[in-house]
Structures are given as structure tokens and as C-alpha cells.
Design a protein around this ligand. Structure first.
Ligand code: MTE
Ligand code: HPA
Ligand code: MOS
Length: 755
């Protein structure tokens, strides 16, 4: 990473300090969980009296020790802080232990006596579906005349698909450190994407006002959605123990614990039916999704909603119908993960595109292009939002040229003819990703800017830095909007006492909502200071130019005044040097009952193609080349954005090829460590990786003309899966189901028709 004063450059040198790297107060204790030994059961009795007497044990608490509400669910109250009568997944917290060390806690745990009557665990969503175990009402969308659509079709295909889950594998596991203050208030440092929600849940559990709970966040070592709600857990657990012991308590889940008990990307089982013309034009598409929510609702409803709003991806579907069922199982509660339901929805329609190409015998990219949204007709989504700023035709052409698509396809055909067991394929996947929380009220941000007497500036805002480069971007916004040197701007760690009522840093909205708030605050502050500048320097107040920590009057750039000198004068004249502002995304709404509205402020679009080589004897694959053309608008920082695109692509490639969650019959995750759960490594990066920014979309409403970047590129990874599917097609013929992930085992089985 180039450029001085960028936080991420220091980060890459290993200088970021995560929670567990912070100084430890002398009297600090460590918090541990005593979790359920079964996936489903009735708690008959708990006895920890003997354990309490063990050396180094300061407290053991159960649900009875919670002064307030025994609930830490984000949306629904279906997640107890500590289990009371029943346990609903393996590892669910029953007791918390405050100890001097892990060894002490371990010894104490051996002396805890809990009697549990084991109950039948529901582990598959098909079973849950039959039992109608829905934690909330299923979702439904319908638009156009579905029967007519099918009757107008030349072909109808039906299929099923299993889509696997995904472990977040953030480098920093869940962690929190709670410090009680002498006045009865509490300071919690948390590894969270959602400090305000941590604050609220802690306050409710402790029966204290939120104003007494300060939650602050240093940079966190990745969240990827996993810390949007489930960071509540360590935050509230450490807070309970800290208050009980009147000592600071830190909790850090070890990797195994984190993998065993926290939620993942939702796995889903899908049935679909699609009707299309001889030319491959879709007339009707219907589907049923069973989502495995795990033991509680968590964010599942919003996640399924985003899935529902991305069933179309980039394609106009004149008649669409879908039912999405939330299926409760006795597994950890599945949660937000980069893409937030959209990847599951888009996987299905992209799988369908390839099936259509196979039946209609047309190149799969041409089928996609034929179905693209258009500009003046065929431009309304199934939920009623008009798709503006449609650049797909341009993206398609540019990508075709730069990736040399058809020539390479020809070469691949030749390669496949000459090679018996090695097969190559090239697949393209476009994306249209809606930007905004679909829960409309969350689309708000606030900021506070403080100018100091020496001309330096601090910015406070509500977005969490999790490696996505938000802080560097916010500093860029402040420095360019203010006209102040980058070095003179400091962004302060997020703190609920300074910026209250924040939304999670999620839905890729971090830079938009917080950046806009910073921009507004600066505009207000400058308006006041411009008036003062007109007084002291005789400038016309409409013509004050702020540039690189200096002021001058437009038309006279030679006569410059240092910002420091000016600010000191303003201070002496008793002019406020602070300003705060609030931003709420305009024009968005969504009606949950009708599944209609304009939920998104805008869409992020792009296209990616991937060439793979697959060994049909071993199932091993290599990504030979990937080309991505992505509309990043006027990127605030292309280095960061390119990193987000590459990272999302690789993370997604892991999801669709190698990451497999395996549970045993008792509902215990047996792939709960990096040696059995494989995420992509350095060798899995495409040998030839070309990422290009598309510019030519006039949309400029994102902060300073930029676009949200965090999640949309995750969709590109689907091209790896579909390229492998296409390679298989040239080996064994087309028209087959190809579940996610495409592990080596699945590839070989599919090649030899074992299923
Ligand atoms: N990049 C890194 N390095 N680490 C992360 O945890 N989270 C992703 C994405 N990129 C993540 C990341 C997810 S899920 C989201 S929603 C966005 O970043 C959140 O940040 P933003 O809104 O500032 O883009
Ligand atoms: N994305 C991410 N997180 C969310 C959303 C969303 O659309 N809605 C509620 N939480
Ligand atoms: Mo991202 S899944 O919205 O935290």
C-alpha cells in the first residue's frame, strides 16, 4: 500500500493492536464458558459448588445471576444469555467462569456437575421444514403472471441445489474486555461491528441505563458479518462477570470454541423451476428456499430478505415467484456473512443460466446478456424498484474485449479435445448488488468533527475499522472536504459515548453513511469559519478556498494564510470549532408484507470471468486466470477497493470450492479447526488476476462519487464454481446438478456419475 499516513500500511506491517494485544490491568481475570455437551436437551440440575472452591476461581454464574433480561438476541428474544431449562445447540453457554487462568478454569470445569436429559436434535432443515419449525413467518414474493410465463415457454427445467454454509474465519476471534468503574458504570472494549447493540444488550442484561455502558472498539481483526450480532455474546458475558467480580474481565474465544458455537453463512436447500424460450430468454422462474437458521432467528429474516431481493441478479424476469422458509435446527445460529443472503439467491439464478445455455445450446455468456435488464423497458425488479444507471451492455462489451472471451473459449475447446483428463473452462458471472440495509431505519450515520487550536482535526463517526479500510477512507473524505493535510487529521476509535445510536458497520454502507455525515459536519463548520474568514481577512465569504491546511481567496492563490494561524484567531474570537451532523439515506423504503418497495439507494455492478483447469482423476482445480471489471465509481482509494475486490473473490472461491462444514450425528461440528476446515491460501490465488475499475457510470450519489465495495465482489467467486461445472460438462456431458461447495470429492463423483 502506497502513501504516507495510511492506517492500512501500518496494519500490513503488523502494527494494529487487537483487543488481546492491549495492556492487561494487573487485577484482570479471564472469562470462560461452560457449554452444553449436547445439541438438544433438558437441564435437570446444575451443581458448581465444588468448582467454586477451586484455586483461582473468582466467580461462576448461571442464568440466575443475571440482574436484568436473560436475552441477547439481536432482533427476536430467542437467545438466552445463559441457558435456563433447555439447551438448543452443542456448546450453548450454561455457565460463565471468571478465573485467574485457563488452567484454573479447566480444573474447575471438571468439578461442575450438570445433569441433562438428551432430546432428539433436529439437524437438517428438511426435517425442520416438515415439522414447520419456523422461528418467524416465511417470506414470499410474487410478480408477473407465473402460469402464463410457463405456458409461453419452449422449455421448462426443474432442479434442486444444496448450498453449503461458510465459517467466517476472521483472524481475530470473538473477544471483549469489560472494566467496571468506581461509579457503577462500565467500559467494554469489544471486537464488534456493532458497538451500539453491544451496549444495549449489556444494559438490558445488567438492568442499567445504556448511558452507563461505554462500548469502544479498536480496529478489529475481521468481522465479515460474524461480529454484527454475535459479538453481543462475549460483550455481555464479560460484562456480567466483571460486575460480579468488580474486576476487569477479558474473554477471548479460542479458535475451536469460536468455530463450534458461533453462526456461519446459512446453508440452504433450493428447488427451482424455470421456463424459457428457444433463444434462452427467461419467461418464468419459481423457487423454494429452505434456510437453516440454526437454533435462533438472529438476522435470518433480513438475510433471507436480501436473498429474495437478489433472486434476479442482473436479469429481467417477467414472472417470478419464491417462497423462503426459515428452518430452525439444533445448530449454532447462522448469521450475517459478506453478501448477506444475496450469494445464495444469485447462485441459483447463475446455475440456471448455465442450465439454459446447455438446453438452448447457446454460449452461457450470451444467455446472460440476452436476459440482462434493459434501460427503458425490462427495467423494473420483481419487488418494484426501478433499476437505473444500467451499464450492463457496456460492461459486457468491455469485458468481452479485455478478457478475449471468445478466442479463449476456442482455445479451451481445443485444449479439451487434446486432453483426456484435464479439462478447462471459462465462465462469466455479472453482479448487481443492492446498497442499503433492507431494514430501512438502519441507514443512518452521524459524525462529530473537532478542530484544535493548532489546526489539527479529529473525526468521530460510527463505523468500525475491520480491515476494509474505512478509517483511511474517512480521513480522505475529511481531508479533501476540509482542505486540510492528511497528516493533521485523526480518526478516533468508535465509542458509544461520543457517537450514539449507531448502526452496525455492515451492508457495505460504512463509508457512505459515515462519510456523508462527516462531509455534512465539515460543511457546517466551514460555513461558520468562512464567515469569520471574511471578517478577519476581508475575503468574500463565498470565495474562501481551503487547501492543504491553508486559506486563500478565490482568484488570489498567492496570498495564503496558514490554517493554524486562522484557527487560533477564531478561537480567540470565541467561535465554536466543533460541529456534528447526521445523515440518513434518502428515498428508500420497503414493505415487508407486500415484498415491494425501493429498498436500495443504488446498485453496484460489475462482471467477472474465471478460467479453471480441473483434473478429473483427482478433482483438483487451478484458477488459471480471472478478469474482473468492477464499477467502483470515483473510488475513494483504488488500492483499498482493489484489495476488497480481490479479497471478496478469494473468500467466495473458498466458499464455492473447498470450505465444507461437517457435523456429526450429534450436531457437533467436526471441522472446527484449520486442519479440517480449509480456507484459501496463497496458492489458491489466480495465476493471472486482472482487476479493472470501470468508469463511465454517471451515478455520483455515493460519498464523493464513490461506491460501496465490501460485499458486491463476493458474487464474482461464483464464476469459479460455474467454470468447474463447465469443465465437468466437457468431460461427462451437460445437464446435471452441481451442489456447493465443489470439493474435490464432489468433482470426482460428478465426473464419474456416482450420485
Ligand atoms: N474486509 C475486511 N478486510 N474485513 C472484514 O471483516 N467485512 C466485509 C467487507 N469487507 C470485511 C471486509 C463485510 S461483510 C462488509 S458488510 C463490509 O466490509 C463492511 O464495511 P464497509 O461498510 O465499510 O464496506
Ligand atoms: N445487510 C447487513 N446487515 C443487515 C441488513 C443488511 O441488509 N439488514 C439488517 N442488518
Ligand atoms: Mo456484512 S455481512 O453486512 O457485515
Amino acid at each position: 500500500m502506497e502513501g504516507a499516513n495510511k492506517r492500512l500500511s501500518a496494519h500490513f506491517e503488523g502494527k494494529t493492536r487487537f483487543l488481546d494485544d492491549l495492556e492487561r490491568p494487573d487485577n484482570m481475570l479471564y472469562g470462560y464458558i461452560y457449554g452444553s455437551p449436547v445439541a438438544h436437551g433438558k437441564i435437570k440440575s446444575i451443581d458448581f459448588s465444588e468448582a467454586l472452591g477451586c484455586e483461582g476461581i473468582y466467580a461462576i454464574i448461571s442464568h440466575k445471576d443475571i440482574p436484568g433480561k436473560n436475552s441477547m438476541g439481536a432482533v427476536f428474544e430467542d437467545e438466552p444469555v445463559l441457558a435456563k431449562d433447555i439447551v438448543e445447540f452443542y456448546g450453548e453457554a450454561i455457565l460463565l467462569i471468571a478465573a485467574k487462568s485457563r488452567e484454573c478454569a479447566k480444573r474447575a470445569m471438571e468439578r461442575i456437575k450438570i445433569v441433562i436429559e438428551e432430546l432428539h436434535p433436529v439437524l437438517e432443515c428438511e426435517e425442520s421444514f416438515k415439522l414447520k419449525n419456523f422461528p418467524f413467518a416465511p417470506l414470499h414474493i410474487e410478480s408477473g403472471d407465473i402460469e402464463k410465463g410457463f405456458s409461453q415457454s419452449d422449455h421448462i427445467i426443474e432442479g434442486e441445489l444444496n448450498i453449503g454454509g461458510q465459517e467466517h474465519f476472521y483472524l481475530e476471534t470473538h473477544a471483549a474486555l469489560a472494566k467496571p468503574n468506581a461509579d457503577g458504570t462500565l467500559h467494554v472494549i469489544s471486537s464488534t461491528q456493532n458497538p451500539t447493540e453491544n451496549q444495549l444488550i449489556i444494559a438490558e442484561a445488567l438492568k442499567l441505563d445504556s448511558s452507563k455502558i461505554e462500548v469502544s472498539v479498536n480496529a478489529i481483526g475481521g468481522g465479515f458479518g460474524g461480529k454484527e450480532t454475535q459479538s453481543n455474546w462475549c460483550a455481555v458475558w464479560s460484562a456480567l462477570l466483571a460486575v460480579k467480580c468488580s474486576k476487569p474481565v477479558k474473554m477471548v474465544l479460542d479458535r475451536r470454541e469460536d468455530m463450534l458455537i458461533t453462526g456461519k453463512r446459512h446453508s440452504a436447500h433450493v428447488k427451482y423451476r424455470v421456463g424459457f424460450t428457444k433463444n434462452g430468454l427467461i419467461k418464468a422462474y419459481s423457487s423454494t428456499f429452505l434456510f437453516d437458521t440454526g437454533f435462533s432467528a438472529d438476522l435470518s429474516r433480513a438475510i433471507m430478505e436480501r436473498c429474495m431481493l437478489h433472486l434476479d441478479n442482473c436479469y429481467y424476469i417477467p414472472a417470478l415467484k419464491s417462497d423462503l422458509y426459515p428452518c430452525k435446527t439444533n445448530r449454532p445460529s447462522n448469521t450475517a456473512f459478506r453478501g448477506f443472503g444475496a450469494p445464495q439467491g444469485i447462485a441459483v439464478i447463475e446455475h440456471i443460466m448455465d442450465e439454459i445455455a446447455n438446453v438452448a445450446d447457446i454460449d452461457a455468456l450470451l444467455v446472460r446478456r440476452r436476459n440482462f435488464y434493459r434501460k427503458s423497458t425490462r427495467n423494473r425488479t420483481p419487488y418494484g424498484q426501478l433499476f437505473r444507471d444500467n451499464i450492463f451492455e457496456k460492461l459486457y462489451r468491455d469485458h468481452l474485449n479485455s478478457s478475449d472471451y471468445f478466442n479463449r473459449k476456442r482455445e479451451i475447446r481445443k485444449f479439451n479435445k487434446d486432453n483426456r483428463y484435464l479439462k478447462r473452462a471459462l465462465s462469466a458471472v455479472p453482479v448487481k448488488f443492492g446498497i442499503s440495509f433492507t431494514t430501512s431505519f438502519l441507514n443512518q450515520g452521524a459524525a462529530l468533527v473537532n478542530l484544535y487550536k493548532d489546526g489539527s482535526l479529529t473525526i468521530h463517526q460510527g463505523g468500525v475499522e475491520m480491515g476494509q479500510g474505512l478509517y483511511d477512507k474517512m480521513v480522505s473524505v475529511a481531508s479533501s472536504e476540509f482542505g486540510i493535510k492528511r497528516e493533521a487529521v485523526r480518526i478516533y476509535p468508535v465509542n458509544t459515548m461520543i457517537i450514539p445510536n449507531t448502526s452496525a458497520t455492515a451492508a457495505s454502507t460504512g463509508s457512505d453513511i459515515n462519510g456523508h455525515a462527516i462531509k455534512l459536519a465539515i460543511e457546517r463548520l466551514k460555513k461558520r469559519l468562512n464567515e469569520f474568514a471574511s471578517k478577519v481577512y476581508g475575503f468574500d465569504k463565498e470565495s474562501v478556498v481551503w487547501d492543504n491546511s491553508e486559506l486563500f481567496e478565490k482568484g488570489n492563490p498567492a496570498k495564503r494564510y496558514p490554517l493554524e494561524e486562522f484557527v487560533r484567531k477564531a478561537y480567540l474570537a470565541r467561535i465554536s470549532l466543533s460541529e456534528q451532523a447526521f445523515y440518513s439515506t434518502p428515498g428508500i423504503f420497503f414493505d415487508r408484507e407486500l415484498s415491494r418497495g425501493t429498498p436500495f439507494f443504488y446498485y453496484v455492478t460489475g462482471i467477472c470471468s474465471t478460467e479453471v483447469e480441473v483434473d478429473m482423476l483427482t478433482g483438483a482445480h487451478k484458477i488459471l486466470r480471472a478478469d474482473i471489471l468492477h464499477d467502483a465509481g470515483e473510488s475513494l482509494d483504488w488500492e483499498i477497493d482493489r484489495g476488497q475486490i480481490e479479497g471478496a473473490y478469494i473468500q467466495s472461491a473458498g466458499w464455492v470450492t473447498m470450505e465444507e462444514l461437517v457435523y456429526n450425528l450429534k450436531g457437533v461440528l467436526i471441522t472446527a479447526s484449520p486442519d479440517s476446515y480449509k480456507i484459501p491460501g496463497i496458492a489458491d490465488i489466480p495465476e493471472d488476476f486482472r482487476v479493472t475499475a470501470f468508469s463511465g457510470n454517471p451515478f455520483r450519489e455515493g460519498i464523493l462519487g464513490s461506491r460501496a465495495i465490501g460485499e458486491p465482489p463476493f458474487i464474482y467467486g461464483l464464476s469459479v464454481w460455474l467454470a468447474i461445472k463447465d469443465a465437468l460438462k466437457s468431460y461427462r456431458g451437460g445437464g446435471f446438478r452441481f451442489d456447493l461447495p465443489a470439493t474435490k470429492e464432489r468433482i470426482v463423483k460428478c465426473a464419474y456419475r456416482y450420485e
